[in-house]
Design a protein. Sequence first.
Length: 100
Amino acid sequence: MADDEPKSAIELAMERLQKQDQEQGLEKRQVTDDQKAAIAEVRRKYEAKLAECEILHTSKLAGVYDPAERQTFEDAYHRERDRLAARRESKIEEIRSGKA
């Protein structure tokens, strides 16, 4: 982008956020190709687990007509999805930080 063109609101916001990060001492880390591959593998693995969880949940609900029992299954399903998503994000952060 040429210097004489006005910046978009997004560009201005990104510059402000980068300046705040620098002021707080946060460093910008570059992700290596190996880390990118490891992150992609973690995402694939957890997407498969989430898909499996959804399939099992759908099959459990197929024969359940009691609203209270359905709600119990729904609650358990959402807890499991949240747990899997949290583990996925934790593993990705470990990879990015170089701990894995």
